[in-house]
Design a protein around this ligand. Structure first.
Ligand code: 5IU
Length: 264
């Protein structure tokens, strides 16, 4: 598809969405298309890993609701790290309710996600109202939304007509939807849009986790399937791993794959 061989810079230059533009520019400036998924349950551990991977990532992916000792200071410190190391923050919230409810979940409650997360995501299963609801909160803050067009887990129901309808929904909301969680490039951009594809289920060492997760390598994701961002979790901070070493390793693998893809 048309954006496949374009550099992140070339795409940023013509992208109509400010959040997408900022993110594409950041990737090129930092020479990283690596997002680290930090699924840990303590504030100290989350901040420690974020500090270690910070220099290597374009995007920190959080599940803020699994942190036992969440407080506003955690958010303040994550924001400070994102400034210090130049990365954006993606709360992988996977909203899935009606527009009015997700609006409240996004903007209010303990987490006030919209106040600190540059990017969040949602399921398309409720229909288009979910995007409209989130947009009311997120757009004035220059936030971006990803739709879950596909998932990495075995037996995912997000396939075929569901995936196609999700892409069509995104095309109608390009002021707020900046891309997809998907396992491959989505066809939408052949019609003139530019959606950033972020792909979880990435490992250089293992094929699965025994709970349905399915892994592919950065090269398979970026070169063979056209993904823009590789999302790596336990491959970087799992038991016995040197976090900085692994972050560098995955950053290099992701960036090499990107260079191979856009090479002309
Ligand atoms: N994640 C997936 N697959 C998906 C979606 C999200 O793995 O389809 I949507 C999340 C879950 C976890 C991270 O936070 O991405 C992957 O972590 P591991 O690399 O540790 O499997």
């Amino acid at each position: 598809s048309s954006n496949l061989r374009k550099t992140y810079t070339e795409r940023a230059a013509v992208h109509p969405n400010p959040c997408a533009r900022t993110f594409l520019e950041l990737m090129e400036r930092k020479r990283s298309n690596l997002s680290v998924a930090v699924d840990v349950t303590s504030k100290t551990e989350l901040l420690e890993i974020a500090g270690k991977v910070g220099p290597y990532i374009c995007l920190l992916k959080t599940h803020i609701d699994i942190v036992n000792d969440f407080d506003q200071d955690l958010v303040d410190q994550l924001k400070a790290l994102s400034k210090k190391h130049d990365f954006m923050i993606f709360e992988d919230r996977k909203f899935a309710d009606i527009g009015n409810t997700v609006k409240l979940q996004y903007g209010f409650g303990i987490y006030r996600i919209a106040s600190w997360a540059d990017i969040t995501n949602c399921h398309s299963v409720p229909g288009e109202g979910i995007i409209s609801g989130l947009k009311e909160i997120g757009l004035p803050l220059n936030r971006g939304l990803l739709l879950l067009a596909e998932m990495s887990s075995a037996g995912s129901l997000a396939t075929g007509a569901y995936t196609a309808a999700t892409v069509a929904m995104a095309r109608r909301h390009q002021d707020f939807v900046i891309g997809f969680i998907a396992m491959r490039r989505m066809d939408a951009e052949d019609e003139g849009g530019d959606f950033i594809v972020m792909t979880p289920g990435v490992s250089l060492d293992v094929a699965g986790d025994g709970l349905g997760q399915q892994y592919r390598t950065p090269r398979e994701v970026v070169v063979e399937s056209g993904g823009d961002v590789v999302i790596v979790g336990r491959g970087i901070y799992g038991k016995g791993k040197n976090v900085e070493e692994q972050a560098k390793r995955y950053r290099d693998a992701g960036w090499e794959a990107y260079l191979e893809r856009v090479r002309r």
